[in-house]
Design a protein around this ligand. Sequence first.
Ligand SMILES: Cc1ncc(COP(=O)(O)O)c(C=O)c1O
Length: 383
Amino acid sequence: MTCEANIYLDHAAGTFVLPEVQEQINKILNDEVVNPSSIHARGRLTAALLDSARQDTAGVIGAKPGEIIFTSGGTEANNLAIFGLAHAQKNKGKHILSCQTEHPSVLASLKQLENEGFRVSYLSTNSHGEIDLDNLAASISDETILISLMWINNETGLIHPIEEIGGIAKDHDIRFHCDAVQALGHIPIQTDKLPVDALTFSGHKIGAPAGIGVLYLRKGIVLQHQSYGGNQENNLRAGTQNVIGAQSFSRAAQYFQDHFEMNKNKFQTQMTGLREKLKRIPGIQFNRGGSLYSDHILNCSFQQVDGEALFIRLDMRKIAVSNGSACSSGSQAPSHVLTSLGMEESLAQASLRISLGINTSESEIEQFCKELNSIINSIKSAL
Ligand SMILES: Cc1ncc(COP(=O)(O)O)c(C=O)c1O
């Protein structure tokens, strides 16, 4: 089936598989990848592919190979980090700090921990989603065992000050997990210099196929495994590894490292151009404050526009953007991030998340802005 979306600006939900990744997949598929735990020669060859993927991935983020746990994606990595770090420390305390603007895979894990008797404090934010670091420090008690806060918000693009947050966690000897799914490729990540204990990554945000993720876990940090079976991944994640996925992830991560400056400049220029063009649309509001934002995500809302009508028209014109995280879209519910920032439901429903990818072209942006302008005008003139 070929896809009809002519304009694809939903790369934060999932981006295209990179040609170099496709090439590698084809190459190793021909090599007949088997079970890397098998002790025969073919199994050992597969294990060597897994090892090289682990080494390369570790190299990209300044980690040691033993600190890389391959998972099925960002959701599993977030689950593993949150449950694993909480369960491993339950005798020390049962208090966790996080925020309502996190990804559903973090929020739902925390909800389940609350059902198990843990206490979660959701830090308040200003209307852009920024947390107050003094408030973070003041919210820590003797019972606090974990802070889980994301790096780049997947819906608004806001960047949390991870080094400062990690510094506070370290000062209080509290584990710090960060969902870095949207950060890989957009912010240089050097775990050897970063005060984080665990970081989550997802393959399909960086040009690998969906179904592969990584949890970076700092050496020495104790985590309780959450799946039962084999002793794969240092006994922390049972189940035969997805070697093709691991190779895809490492290739994609490597690509983003090798092209970091070039991509950064491109995203910066395109984001500036996008905002300049969108500014011309009457009633548009950018959901951004004064602080740091990633150049690949822009969230905007339209006053007095029916959100459903907006999305139907965008889809009819074969334009792919999002109105929340892909996990929660499909339902008509407004974005939990925007509503938790105090936005009215109707305005949150008339909001778009536009996200750029490495293949996004100037003409795609130009065409999108024209189409969106005409859609907004036609909805408003029908009022
Ligand atoms: C910030 C963030 N965390 C976690 C995830 C989940 O990753 P995956 O789709 O690989 O499960 C996503 C995906 O949208 C995300 O954007």
